[in-house]
Design a binder for this molecule. Structure first.
Ligand SMILES: O=P(O)(O)OC[C@H]1O[C@H](OP(=O)(O)OP(=O)(O)O)[C@H](O)[C@@H]1O
Ligand SMILES: NC(=O)CC[C@H](N)C(=O)O
Ligand SMILES: [Mg+2]
Length: 501
């Protein structure tokens, strides 16, 4: 996951995009970028780092114009270390296009070869998003041979993009001097919503929190397979561009990725987490007799809604036993296991009085590598807890994700190939209670009957696009550039980071 935003307005948009990116920071902490457009020229600044660190006043001043895009990156393809892979990406022909992408293409390598041999396009990074931009550019070029660029040509191009690319993609692209096009993959794996400001500005963003937080009333989601084309005068055109589509969003958005105050595809993330707490309560009761639990303690931040509901249903006090250092980011989306491990202790500290002599039920939204739960169980014991039970609002994470969550190999997942009892021993808890896969799908799905199903592949190994083999998973992992490898690769041309204008 990454966070993306695009806006067409009749006033300067640089601050608006910055504010929206701050509201999407939880979706990507590695790099950030903004591009604006004025008089058919793009102005861009992007770099590694969090939004606050990437943009200084001088950078903001150099982003004029009434339309633009932004992105916060959480790398899941290519090279996490590379500044060049920060988004937006730019291509000069046809028209001049910039693009931001949330998701992960599963056929990027084959497309890269095809782009070179057939379309004669050169890709200069390892990023799947640069591949995606070039496919779109090629298809726009084809669609406008002999005709001017209008909604029909844009939609024809997007239809061909759907034909060529595989995987997950929520995309916003800006065509210089013309308009902005947004589209989602035919399963709607990654989210994308549209809203409108009182002044008529149209904004697209990964989550409704970015719309609301910048004064844009959420209007609707971009449908799976649909494309929306907004011309620079603010006129909105929409068309279904995929031959077949079926709304199957990534369930991990509701479990962990999205902010609880967002509504994605008609489902309140907060309510989804409450529901998960409710179904988890039933599992807890059948595993640990309630009279053996003194207190329910959440592991901040994402588990709080589930933990409150769980405590309420068990009739147990809900207490804050861990305090989060708000200046440390989300640990799961940090690159590299050693930094993640160090960050858990930097991020969370126990309030000893909440643990001393008590049987505590710790609640987290999910256990992925087990980094957090292992540390936390130990911290609870060090703080004097008598018994430490652990409950996860999500089922065991057993399979790699190929759609934009950084879980590339099964070996790194603590529950892969292990029984619940084996995981319990590893994290050192006195009991471990996981959510059930079907119960999770029912708990979230009940909130919008229009959702056909979910991509829950990291829990059940069923990949919603239906075309993923073990070999694909291994190949996708191999294609990622690990820290340190890029320097050895050596000869890649380094282009300037900013200022395509
Ligand atoms: O088993 P692990 O590999 O440790 O991953 C799971 C943990 O990571 C996430 O927390 P994170 O600190 O990223 O964010 P949060 O503050 O939103 O909970 C998630 O909420 C779990 O606590
Ligand atoms: N998680 C994402 O959405 C990442 C987008 C893209 N695959 C990248 O790695 O930059
Ligand atoms: Mg957490």
């Amino acid at each position: 996951m990454c966070g993306i935003v695009g806006v067409v307005s009749n006033a300067p948009v640089n601050q608006l995009i910055y504010d929206a990116l701050l509201l999407l920071q939880h979706r990507g902490q590695d790099a950030a970028g903004i591009v604006t457009q004025q008089d058919c020229k793009f102005f861009m600044h992007k770099a590694k780092g969090m939004v606050r660190d990437v943009f200084r006043t001088r950078n903001m001043r150099a982003l004029p114009g009434h339309s633009g895009l932004g992105q916060v990156r959480y790398p899941t393809a290519g090279n996490a270390e590379s500044e060049e892979e920060a988004q937006p990406f730019y291509v000069n022909a046809p028209f001049g296009i910039v693009l931001v992408h949330n998701g992960n293409l599963t056929n990027a390598r084959a497309l890269k070869a095809e782009l070179f041999s057939t379309d004669h396009r050169h890709i200069n990074t390892e990023s799947d998003s640069e591949v995606l931009l070039n496919v779109l550019a090629h298809e726009l070029e084809q669609a406008t041979r002999g005709s001017a660029l209008g909604p029909d040509e844009v939609f024809a191009a997007v239809a061909n993009v759907h034909r060529r690319i595989r995987g997950s993609y929520a995309v916003i692209a800006h065509i210089a001097g013309r308009g902005m096009v947004a589209f989602r993959d035919p399963y709607g794996i990654r989210p994308l919503s549209m809203g409108r400001g009182a002044d008529g500005a149209v904004m697209l963003a990964s989550e409704t929190v970015a719309l609301e937080g910048t004064g844009h009333a959420p209007e609707r989601d971009v449908a799976p397979g649909e494309a929306i084309y907004i011309t620079l005068d603010g006129a909105v055109h929409a068309r279904q561009c995929a031959p077949k589509s079926q709304l199957s969003p990534c369930i991990f958005e509701y479990v962990y990725l999205a902010r609880p105050d967002s509504v994605l595809d008609g489902i309140s993330v907060y309510q989804a987490r409450l529901n998960l707490g409710e179904t988890l309560a039933k599992r807890v009761v059948s595993t640990v007799p309630p009279d053996q639990i003194d207190v329910v303690i959440p592991i901040p931040e994402s588990s709080r809604p589930s933990a409150t509901e769980l405590a309420r249903l068990l009739g147990k006090p809900y207490r804050e036993g861990f305090v989060k250092n708000r200046y440390v980011g989300r640990t799961f989306i940090m690159p590299g296991q050693s930094v993640r491990k160090r960050s858990v202790r930097q991020k969370l500290n126990a309030i000893a009085s909440e643990f001393a002599g008590r049987n505590v039920l710790l609640v987290d939204d999910s256990i992925v590598r087990g980094t957090t739960s292992k540390e936390i169980v130990q911290m609870a014991r060090e703080a004097g807890a008598r018994k430490v039970y652990m409950a996860s609002a999500a089922p065991p994470v057993r399979y790699p994700n190929v759609y934009g969550i950084d879980m590339p190999t099964k070996e790194e997942l603590v529950a892969h190939g292990r029984t619940v009892e084996e995981v319990r021993q590893i994290i050192g808890a006195d009991a471990l209670i996981y959510q059930d896969v079907d119960a999770m799908k029912r708990a979230v799905g009940a909130l919008n009957p229009a959702v056909a199903g979910f991509d829950a592949s990291c829990f059940d190994g069923v990949y919603v696009t239906g075309d993923i083999t073990e070999g694909d998973i291994a190949r996708l992992n191999q294609q990622r550039v690990k820290p340190g490898e890029d320097e050895q690769a050596g000869s890649r041309l380094t282009l300037p980071n900013a200022g395509v204008a």
